[in-house]
Design a protein around this ligand. Structure first.
Ligand code: HAM
Length: 432
C-alpha cells in the first residue's frame, strides 16, 4: 500500500504470534532426523504420502472432529472469506484425509488405503510447554479395514517410529470406547454416576457433563481424577463384538511383545473414535509430560462425511513434543554432513568463475561450501577450517586469468596448481 509522506513508519519490531514459532536451522536438524526416519518406516509399512489443504470448509471439522469437542467449540481458527465462505485452519489432519478419500473416489482403490501426511495444525489453545497454537503432525491413516490386526499394526508403526529415533521409557496407553451401540448404554451409566457428583466437578467438566460426559474421564484436575477413578469403565460395558475386537487387539499386542497399559480413563478428545483408542506417552503416568502421539479407530467417520460405511484407523505423532523429548533425553541427531571442499575466491573475475564452478561441484556430487560475500583469503580459509573442509580450492585474480586453480590440503597446508578444467577430476581422485 503506498504510504503518504507524512505517515509515520512504525519501527517497532514484529513478533511471531503467541503459540507460534520459527524453526531455526539448528532445530531443523532434529526435524530432519525425525522426518527421515518416520517417512522411511511409513513407506516400508505401505503408506503413501497424501497432502491436503491447510484450509478447509469449517463444516468439515464440525461434522468430522465433532461439534462437542474442545477443538471445535473453542480452539479453531475460523473466519469468513471475502467470498463469504466459512473456513478454518485445520486443527487436525484426519477429517481432511477422509474428505480427500471420498472426494477422489479412493473407495475403489485396493483396501485398506494407507496414507501418511505431514504438516502444520492449528489450535487456539493456551500455550505452555509442549502445547502450541501452530504445531505439526506426522500422521497416518488406514481406511477400509476392520480387522484388529490393523489396529495393532498402526500402534506398532507409531511405536517403531518413536523407538527408531532413540527414545526410551515410552508407554502405550490403550482403551476401547466401544461402538455407537454399546456407547449409548454406557453413556447413560456414566451420566447416572456423575449426576450425584455434579457439584464436585471442575467448571469445564460441568459443561462437558451435559454435552460429552465421556470427556469427564480424562480431565486432569485432581478432584475430577478422583471421581473418574471410581466411575464405570467402558471396557466393562462393551457389546460382544467390540469386546472380541478389543480382546484380539490385546492378544496381538502381546504377540508383538509391545508393552501396553490398559487405561480405562483414556477416551481421547475427538468425537469420531470408536473401539480402540491409544496414546504413546513419554513416561509413566507419574511423570506425564503429555502424549507424544495418539490415535484410534474411527469406523463411522467416512459415513458421517458423506461416504459409504467404511472402517478406518489412524494415528498422529506431535513433532514438537517428540523433539522436546529428544532434547530431554539428550539424543542429538546426526548433524548435516561436513563440506569436503571449500571454494575460496578473490577478485571480481574469480568470483564470477567460482559461481559456475560451485554449481559444477554440487552437480558432480561433491559436498562443497563457499563464502562469496567474504573478501579476504584469510577469513575464507578460517571459515573452511571451522566447517571442517578437507580441501580448499583457491581462485585468485592470477589463477582466473591463467585458467588455473590452487588445490590446498587443509591439514598439511600443501598447495598444488592445477588446470581449471581438470579440477573436478583431480578432486574426485583426492576425496573418494
Ligand atoms: P491428537 O491427540 O489431538 O490426535 O494429536 C496427536 C498428537 O499431536 C498429540 O499426541 C500431541 O503429541 C500433539 N499435539 C496435540 N495438540 C498439540 C498442541 N497444541 N501443541 C503441540 N502438540 C500437540 C489427532 O489430532 C488425531 N487426528 C490423531 C488421529 C489420526 N486419530 C486417528 N487418526
Amino acid at each position: 500500500m503506498p504510504r503518504s509522506k507524512k505517515e509515520k513508519i512504525n519501527k517497532q519490531p514484529l513478533h511471531a504470534l503467541r503459540g507460534m514459532r520459527d524453526i531455526l536451522p539448528d532445530e531443523w536438524e532434529y526435524w530432519d532426523y525425525f522426518i527421515k526416519k518416520a517417512e522411511t518406516l511409513a513407506k516400508n509399512y505401505g503408506y503413501r504420502f497424501l497432502e491436503t489443504p491447510v484450509l478447509e470448509d469449517t463444516s468439515l471439522f464440525i461434522r468430522g472432529t465433532g461439534v462437542d469437542t474442545d477443538i471445535v467449540e473453542k480452539e479453531m481458527y475460523s473466519f469468513a472469506t471475502k467470498g463469504g465462505d466459512n473456513v478454518s485452519l485445520r486443527p487436525e489432519g484426519t477429517p481432511g484425509i477422509v474428505r480427500a478419500y471420498i472426494e477422489n473416489g479412493m473407495n475403489v482403490w485396493p483396501h485398506p488405503v494407507k496414507v501418511y501426511y505431514l504438516g502444520p495444525m492449528f489450535r487456539y489453545e493456551r500455550p505452555q510447554a509442549g502445547r502450541y497454537r501452530q504445531f505439526h503432525h506426522f500422521g497416518f491413516e488406514a481406511i477400509g479395514e476392520e480387522s484388529p490386526i490393523l489396529d495393532v499394526q498402526i500402534i506398532q508403526l507409531t511405536w517403531k517410529i518413536l523407538e527408531s529415533i532413540g527414545l526410551k521409557g515410552l508407554s502405550i496407553q490403550i482403551n476401547s470406547i466401544g461402538c455407537a451401540v454399546c456407547r449409548k448404554a454406557y453413556r447413560k451409566l456414566l451420566i447416572d454416576y456423575y449426576e450425584a457428583e455434579k457439584n464436585r466437578l471442575c467448571q469445564d467438566c460441568r459443561r462437558r457433563f451435559v454435552r460429552n460426559p465421556l470427556r469427564l474421564l480424562d480431565c486432569k484436575e485432581e478432584k475430577c481424577m478422583r471421581l473418574a477413578a471410581l466411575a464405570p469403565q467402558t471396557i466393562d460395558h462393551l457389546c460382544q463384538e467390540c469386546h472380541d475386537h478389543f480382546k484380539s487387539v490385546l492378544e496381538y499386542l502381546d504377540e508383538l511383545e509391545l508393552p501396553y497399559t490398559l487405561n480405562p480413563r483414556l477416551v481421547r478428545g475427538l468425537d469420531y473414535y470408536t473401539r480402540t483408542v491409544f496414546e504413546i506417552w513419554s513416561q509413566g503416568e507419574e511423570n506425564f509430560r503429555g502424549s507424544l502421539a495418539g490415535g484410534g479407530r474411527y469406523d463411522d467417520l467416512v459415513e458421517i462425511l458423506g461416504g459409504s460405511s467404511t472402517p478406518a484407523i489412524g494415528s498422529a505423532i506431535g513433532i514438537e513434543r517428540v523433539i522436546e523429548e529428544l532434547k530431554v533425553q539428550e539424543i542429538r541427531p546426526s548433524v548435516s554432513p561436513q563440506p569436503k571442499v571449500f571454494l575460496v575466491q578473490l577478485g571480481e573475475l574469480a568470483r564470477k568463475k567460482s559461481l559456475k564452478l560451485f554449481s559444477e561441484l554440487i552437480e558432480a556430487g561433491i559436498q562443497a561450501a563457499e563464502s562469496f560475500s567474504k573478501h579476504s583469503i584469510k577469513s575464507q580459509l578460517k571459515l573452511a577450517d571451522k566447517l571442517g573442509a578437507k580441501i580448499a580450492l583457491i581462485l585468485g585474480q592470477k589463477e582466473a586469468l591463467d585458467e588455473t586453480i590452487i588445490i590446498r590440503d587443509m591439514k598439511s597446508g600443501m598447495q598444488e596448481i592445477v588446470n581449471f578444467k581438470k579440477v573436478i577430476k583431480e578432486l574426485k581422485k583426492r576425496i573418494k
